[in-house]
Design a protein around this ligand. Structure first.
Ligand SMILES: Nc1ncnc2c1ncn2[C@@H]1O[C@H](COP(=O)(O)OP(=O)(O)OP(=O)(O)O)[C@@H](O)[C@H]1O
Length: 304
């Protein structure tokens, strides 16, 4: 049997709550290249969304439009109730953004840099206490090091700290754990859960790590061919694609594998037929990676 895992299922905010993100028919064209051809989705307060898709699908473009860094070609976009093309400083102070661009501050010390960024928010928000923030991202032993002396993974933790220093209501994370070791990755996942559960932060992240998306996201969005081709929890998408499960067992010293969408019934029948001859039984549910590949194959089959 597969190990039990607590599935992230946060209710999508109180009924009637205004969505934090409301994107309708978003279009983006670079020159003659139509990258986004009508992207539509919403996010409720406290939801964690993972935006997935192949290289060049338009994930970063979408996020940059929502952050107000890039002007869209067409469509309606509301971020915390405001059109990002018209967002002011107060609106910006409610967003947290994790980019990979803080490497220019090599001479600053970690604690100093975070205290400095925190001071930007002091007027509009209640920023994190700098030592609590340093501890939350696991940088306490490095608080007095220069940014230029940090390892790649430690710098990425600093990027995350800078993104959340103003206690944002909405946090954008573009490939947040690229370069993290497994321990740093797990600590980061705990931090994301804490931000969503305790502070009701809405989070939109992009990642190519499907295991990470499955662990973190309440909802998966898959962007391909300029539109959202799938939108739902990992479980719902797996059900929709009938990616099902794999049953493995041994009988008479021989190993067997059977793919099925009705694993429970199949196992019952297996025991009814062979009883105690069955050994080493395992049921492996389809992973998000299996579902993702099936969805992309189906989409590519349809557009050819
Ligand atoms: N400033 C730009 N000018 C012209 N084309 C661009 C620009 N930025 C991105 N593109 C193109 O838009 C498409 C989408 O790029 P984008 O970076 O949004 O994709 P992505 O899904 O984030 O990709 P990846 O997974 O590789 O990071 C690509 O074909 C890219 O070449």
């Amino acid at each position: 049997m597969t190990a039990m895992r607590q599935v992230a299922t946060r209710p999508p905010g109180p009924p009637g709550a205004r969505p934090v993100l409301d994107v309708r028919d978003l279009r983006m064209r670079y020159g003659t290249n139509d990258v986004l051809n009508g992207v539509t989705f919403t996010a409720a307060p406290g939801e964690v969304l993972a935006l997935l898709g192949p290289n060049g699908a338009g994930k970063t473009t979408t996020i940059e439009i929502l952050e107000g860094f890039r002007m869209r070609s067409a469509g309606e976009v509301s971020v915390l109730g405001t059109d990002p093309a018209r967002g002011d400083e107060t609106w910006r102070s409610r967003l947290g953004i994790v980019l990979q661009s803080w490497r220019d501050h090599g001479k600053w010390r970690v604690r100093e840099l975070l205290a400095h960024f925190g001071s930007y928010y002091a007027e509009h928000r209640r920023p994190w206490h700098v030592d609590e923030l340093v501890a939350a991202v696991g940088l306490t032993p490095h608080a007095h090091k220069k940014v230029g002396q940090l390892s790649g993974g430690q710098r990425r933790r600093l990027d995350v700290a800078i993104g959340i220093v103003g206690r944002p209501e909405l946090l954008f994370l573009d490939e947040p754990t690229a370069g993290f070791d497994p321990e740093a990755r797990r600590e980061f996942h705990d931090l994301v859960h804490r931000l969503a559960d305790e502070s009701d932060t809405t989070i939109l992240l992009t990642t190519h790590d499907l295991d990470e998306a499955e662990k973190l996201a309440d909802r998966i969005l898959i962007l391909a061919g300029g539109t959202i081709i799938a939108n739902g929890s990992a479980e719902a998408l797996s059900r929709e694609m009938s990616t099902g499960a794999e049953v493995r067992w041994t009988r008479d010293g021989q190993r067997y594998v059977h793919a099925t969408t009705g694993a429970t019934r199949y196992v019952r029948e297996l025991f009814a037929q062979y009883g105690e001859e069955i050994e080493d039984l395992e049921v492996r549910r389809a992973s998000l990676e299996d579902t993702y590949m099936a969805l992309l194959r189906k989409f590519e089959g349809g557009v050819r």
